[in-house]
Design a protein around this ligand. Structure first.
Ligand code: GDP
Ligand code: MG
Length: 211
Protein backbone atom coordinates (compact mmCIF):
# COMPACT_ATOMS: atom_id res chain seq x y z
CA UNK A 1 0.00 0.00 0.00
CA UNK A 2 1.22 3.48 -0.84
CA UNK A 3 2.27 5.52 2.18
CA UNK A 4 0.38 8.78 2.60
CA UNK A 5 2.45 11.95 2.37
CA UNK A 6 2.76 14.03 5.51
CA UNK A 7 1.95 17.63 6.30
CA UNK A 8 4.41 19.20 8.69
CA UNK A 9 3.13 21.75 11.18
CA UNK A 10 5.89 23.51 13.10
CA UNK A 11 5.98 26.27 15.62
CA UNK A 12 6.74 27.09 19.22
CA UNK A 13 4.35 26.04 21.93
CA UNK A 14 1.14 28.00 22.18
CA UNK A 15 1.19 29.42 18.64
CA UNK A 16 -1.87 27.38 17.66
CA UNK A 17 -0.53 24.18 16.06
CA UNK A 18 -3.07 21.89 17.69
CA UNK A 19 -5.91 24.30 16.92
CA UNK A 20 -4.95 24.42 13.24
CA UNK A 21 -4.53 20.63 13.14
CA UNK A 22 -8.00 20.20 14.58
CA UNK A 23 -9.48 22.44 11.86
CA UNK A 24 -7.95 20.26 9.15
CA UNK A 25 -9.26 16.96 10.47
CA UNK A 26 -12.38 15.27 9.12
CA UNK A 27 -13.21 14.07 12.62
CA UNK A 28 -11.79 16.52 15.17
CA UNK A 29 -13.65 14.91 18.08
CA UNK A 30 -11.27 11.99 17.96
CA UNK A 31 -8.26 14.24 18.32
CA UNK A 32 -7.21 15.25 21.77
CA UNK A 33 -4.16 17.25 20.83
CA UNK A 34 -0.59 16.68 21.76
CA UNK A 35 0.43 16.91 25.34
CA UNK A 36 1.94 20.36 25.77
CA UNK A 37 4.64 19.11 28.04
CA UNK A 38 6.40 15.90 27.28
CA UNK A 39 8.19 13.83 29.87
CA UNK A 40 11.97 13.64 29.72
CA UNK A 41 13.76 15.04 26.73
CA UNK A 42 12.58 12.65 24.06
CA UNK A 43 10.66 14.31 21.31
CA UNK A 44 7.47 12.41 20.60
CA UNK A 45 6.84 12.36 16.87
CA UNK A 46 3.55 10.78 16.03
CA UNK A 47 1.57 11.27 12.86
CA UNK A 48 -2.15 11.94 13.06
CA UNK A 49 -3.97 9.83 10.53
CA UNK A 50 -7.56 9.32 9.45
CA UNK A 51 -8.76 6.99 6.68
CA UNK A 52 -10.75 9.83 5.06
CA UNK A 53 -7.77 12.19 5.03
CA UNK A 54 -5.39 11.97 2.04
CA UNK A 55 -2.38 12.96 4.12
CA UNK A 56 -1.00 12.58 7.61
CA UNK A 57 -0.28 15.48 9.95
CA UNK A 58 2.87 15.68 12.03
CA UNK A 59 3.19 18.53 14.47
CA UNK A 60 6.60 19.43 15.78
CA UNK A 61 7.86 22.09 18.16
CA UNK A 62 9.84 24.88 16.53
CA UNK A 63 13.47 25.70 17.02
CA UNK A 64 12.64 28.62 19.22
CA UNK A 65 11.98 29.05 22.86
CA UNK A 66 9.65 26.57 24.40
CA UNK A 67 7.85 27.41 27.58
CA UNK A 68 9.22 25.88 30.75
CA UNK A 69 12.16 24.20 29.14
CA UNK A 70 15.82 24.48 29.90
CA UNK A 71 18.42 25.60 27.41
CA UNK A 72 19.91 22.11 27.37
CA UNK A 73 16.60 20.42 26.73
CA UNK A 74 15.89 22.90 23.99
CA UNK A 75 19.18 22.15 22.23
CA UNK A 76 18.44 18.47 22.55
CA UNK A 77 15.01 18.84 20.98
CA UNK A 78 16.42 20.96 18.19
CA UNK A 79 18.91 18.22 17.42
CA UNK A 80 16.15 15.62 17.28
CA UNK A 81 14.11 17.78 14.91
CA UNK A 82 17.10 18.14 12.60
CA UNK A 83 17.71 14.39 12.61
CA UNK A 84 14.03 13.70 11.98
CA UNK A 85 13.84 16.07 9.00
CA UNK A 86 17.09 14.81 7.53
CA UNK A 87 15.75 11.28 7.69
CA UNK A 88 12.12 11.85 6.70
CA UNK A 89 12.15 14.95 4.47
CA UNK A 90 10.84 13.15 1.40
CA UNK A 91 7.70 12.04 3.25
CA UNK A 92 6.69 15.69 3.69
CA UNK A 93 4.80 17.34 0.83
CA UNK A 94 4.29 20.66 2.62
CA UNK A 95 5.44 22.48 5.75
CA UNK A 96 3.39 25.01 7.69
CA UNK A 97 5.42 27.26 9.93
CA UNK A 98 3.09 28.76 12.48
CA UNK A 99 3.82 32.05 14.22
CA UNK A 100 1.78 33.82 16.84
CA UNK A 101 1.25 37.30 15.35
CA UNK A 102 1.09 38.76 18.84
CA UNK A 103 4.59 37.54 19.66
CA UNK A 104 6.44 38.48 16.46
CA UNK A 105 7.45 41.97 17.53
CA UNK A 106 8.75 40.90 20.93
CA UNK A 107 10.70 38.02 19.52
CA UNK A 108 12.32 40.05 16.78
CA UNK A 109 13.20 42.84 19.18
CA UNK A 110 14.76 40.36 21.51
CA UNK A 111 16.92 39.00 18.72
CA UNK A 112 17.84 42.11 16.81
CA UNK A 113 18.08 44.72 19.52
CA UNK A 114 19.16 42.96 22.64
CA UNK A 115 21.32 40.28 21.19
CA UNK A 116 22.58 41.08 17.74
CA UNK A 117 24.52 37.83 17.48
CA UNK A 118 21.52 35.57 17.82
CA UNK A 119 19.91 34.26 14.69
CA UNK A 120 16.13 34.35 14.56
CA UNK A 121 15.39 30.69 14.86
CA UNK A 122 12.36 30.71 12.62
CA UNK A 123 14.43 32.04 9.73
CA UNK A 124 17.02 29.40 10.46
CA UNK A 125 14.28 26.79 10.38
CA UNK A 126 12.92 28.07 7.07
CA UNK A 127 16.38 27.91 5.50
CA UNK A 128 16.90 24.42 6.84
CA UNK A 129 13.59 23.12 5.47
CA UNK A 130 14.17 24.85 2.14
CA UNK A 131 17.34 22.87 1.64
CA UNK A 132 15.18 19.77 1.40
CA UNK A 133 12.87 21.44 -1.10
CA UNK A 134 9.81 21.07 1.07
CA UNK A 135 7.29 23.73 -0.04
CA UNK A 136 6.58 26.07 2.86
CA UNK A 137 3.86 28.38 4.05
CA UNK A 138 4.23 30.72 7.00
CA UNK A 139 0.98 31.01 8.93
CA UNK A 140 0.59 34.23 10.86
CA UNK A 141 -1.93 32.99 13.37
CA UNK A 142 -4.07 34.83 15.93
CA UNK A 143 -4.66 37.85 13.70
CA UNK A 144 -7.99 38.23 15.48
CA UNK A 145 -5.95 39.54 18.41
CA UNK A 146 -4.25 42.45 16.62
CA UNK A 147 -5.61 45.64 15.14
CA UNK A 148 -5.27 46.47 11.45
CA UNK A 149 -2.90 49.24 12.45
CA UNK A 150 -0.62 46.98 14.50
CA UNK A 151 -0.80 44.30 11.85
CA UNK A 152 0.79 46.55 9.23
CA UNK A 153 3.66 47.45 11.51
CA UNK A 154 4.26 43.92 12.75
CA UNK A 155 4.15 42.32 9.31
CA UNK A 156 6.50 44.93 7.81
CA UNK A 157 8.94 44.30 10.62
CA UNK A 158 8.78 40.57 9.98
CA UNK A 159 9.20 40.95 6.21
CA UNK A 160 12.14 43.33 6.59
CA UNK A 161 13.83 41.14 9.17
CA UNK A 162 13.46 38.11 6.91
CA UNK A 163 15.19 39.99 4.09
CA UNK A 164 18.34 40.15 6.19
CA UNK A 165 18.32 36.36 5.94
CA UNK A 166 17.66 36.36 2.21
CA UNK A 167 14.14 35.17 2.80
CA UNK A 168 11.58 36.94 0.71
CA UNK A 169 8.27 36.72 2.58
CA UNK A 170 5.32 37.51 0.34
CA UNK A 171 1.61 37.41 0.93
CA UNK A 172 0.23 34.31 -0.77
CA UNK A 173 -1.51 34.74 -4.10
CA UNK A 174 -3.31 32.29 -6.34
CA UNK A 175 -0.64 32.36 -9.01
CA UNK A 176 0.53 28.89 -9.86
CA UNK A 177 4.28 29.23 -10.16
CA UNK A 178 6.46 29.62 -7.15
CA UNK A 179 9.35 31.98 -7.36
CA UNK A 180 12.63 30.75 -5.97
CA UNK A 181 13.48 32.38 -2.66
CA UNK A 182 9.94 33.54 -2.07
CA UNK A 183 8.17 32.14 0.97
CA UNK A 184 4.45 32.82 1.02
CA UNK A 185 2.64 33.80 4.18
CA UNK A 186 -1.04 33.64 5.09
CA UNK A 187 -2.83 35.66 7.74
CA UNK A 188 -4.86 33.30 9.83
CA UNK A 189 -7.06 32.89 12.85
CA UNK A 190 -7.79 29.41 14.11
CA UNK A 191 -10.36 30.82 16.52
CA UNK A 192 -12.27 32.82 13.91
CA UNK A 193 -11.46 30.37 11.10
CA UNK A 194 -10.12 33.28 9.05
CA UNK A 195 -8.71 31.95 5.77
CA UNK A 196 -9.43 28.34 6.72
CA UNK A 197 -10.98 27.49 3.33
CA UNK A 198 -8.05 29.14 1.64
CA UNK A 199 -5.58 27.10 3.70
CA UNK A 200 -7.40 23.86 2.88
CA UNK A 201 -7.31 24.74 -0.82
CA UNK A 202 -3.59 25.54 -0.68
CA UNK A 203 -2.84 22.25 1.06
CA UNK A 204 -4.84 20.25 -1.49
CA UNK A 205 -3.25 22.01 -4.45
CA UNK A 206 0.22 21.39 -3.05
CA UNK A 207 -0.65 17.75 -2.41
CA UNK A 208 -1.87 17.26 -5.98
CA UNK A 209 1.20 18.94 -7.40
CA UNK A 210 3.34 16.48 -5.50
CA UNK A 211 1.35 13.40 -6.55
N1 GDP B 1 -7.25 34.39 19.80
C1 GDP B 1 -6.79 33.28 19.25
N2 GDP B 1 -6.37 32.25 20.02
C2 GDP B 1 -5.90 31.14 19.43
C3 GDP B 1 -5.80 31.03 18.03
N3 GDP B 1 -5.26 29.82 17.74
C4 GDP B 1 -5.04 29.21 18.92
N4 GDP B 1 -5.43 29.99 19.95
C5 GDP B 1 -5.34 29.70 21.40
O1 GDP B 1 -3.97 29.62 21.77
C6 GDP B 1 -3.76 28.61 22.74
C7 GDP B 1 -2.74 27.60 22.25
O2 GDP B 1 -3.25 26.91 21.14
P1 GDP B 1 -2.74 25.47 20.74
O3 GDP B 1 -3.44 25.09 19.47
O4 GDP B 1 -2.82 24.53 21.87
O5 GDP B 1 -1.18 25.78 20.44
P2 GDP B 1 0.04 24.76 20.25
O6 GDP B 1 0.75 24.71 21.56
O7 GDP B 1 0.90 25.39 19.21
O8 GDP B 1 -0.51 23.44 19.82
C8 GDP B 1 -5.13 27.98 23.00
O9 GDP B 1 -5.67 28.60 24.14
C9 GDP B 1 -5.91 28.34 21.75
O10 GDP B 1 -7.30 28.42 21.99
C10 GDP B 1 -6.22 32.14 17.21
O11 GDP B 1 -6.18 32.15 15.98
N5 GDP B 1 -6.71 33.23 17.89
MG1 MG C 1 -0.20 21.53 20.67
Amino acid sequence: MKVKPSLLIMGNSNVGKSSITRLLLPNPKKFKGRAGKQPGSTLLIKAIEFPQMPYKIVDLPGFGYMKDSSRRREEHIKKQIVIHIEKHHDEYFFGLIVLNSLRIEDELKKYFMEDKTAIPLTFELIKFLKEFEIPLLVILNKIDKISVFDKKRIFSLLINSAKAYEINLVQITDKKDRVYNEIPYLEFSATKKTNLDRLKRIINTTLQRKG
